[in-house]
Write a protein that binds this ligand. Sequence first.
Ligand code: CA
Length: 297
Amino acid sequence: MSIAQYHAELVLDVRTDLGEGPLWDGRARCLRFVDIVAGHIQRFDPATRTLRTLAAGGMVGCVAPRASGGLVAARADGLCAIDDAPAGPPRFLLAPAEHDATRCRFNDGKCDPQGRLWAGTMGLQGERGAGALYCFPSAGEARCVLRDVSISNGLAWSLDGATLYYIDSPTRRVDAFDFDAANATLHNRRPAVVLPPGPDVPDGCTLDAEGMLWVAHWDGGCVSRWDPRRGIQLATVAVPAPRVTSCCFGGPALEVLYITTARRGLDAAQLAQCPAAGGVFAVEAGTIGLPAVAWRG
Ligand code: CA
């Protein structure tokens, strides 16, 4: 079967250092994403083309809407709540007992279909096995669900909610787990997608309404679409920036695939060749996404 080819266009020339964690906030009709090391939580309104920046007060791995209003962010030191409209200062909520903020920081995260936030960590120097994956059922509870993680990245749940797809980037795989939704536990880890040999690693990911998985390729300049039950690649979206970090579906009908990228670590020649690196890119690729779930905590 041939692999469908798409090309993403620049929609926001924001030149983030480490743009990450895009999420369409249907409540506010905007794209949210973070610039991790800069500690920025960005809000982009495609209708008015306005960008607004909130300060997380530290490195910030991901952000999600909170069911009770405002936002929750996984900062380097743990979860914090942030008011968005009107904007207010971040309020620290909690950190897992196992989390040592002198060694690790929070990275990618997402809410499961039940509204629990899942967020993982990585060593500050990318040390192998230093990270973990945590589940936050509420503002008063954190559980370590997976240890010996190197760079905790993309998360996505299958349409029936029975499988978690998870990326620990250096493995160069997307792994599947049986997901016990009642108890928020993981079982039966196995590879779902294995990237062909190359310099790229999988970073963030999102599931579409057909149950197919879109995976961002750091140092691959693309997003790929896979059937995660068969491990077969279906499409490629070329992105004119090498360090592609994550993607999500957004827009009024969730018809636009938004893609974040990074400038971090690119040399002068690469930046001259890809001046829009660090921008947000978008493409309509013939399918729609699923609404983001708000955190119930
Ligand atoms: Ca990432």
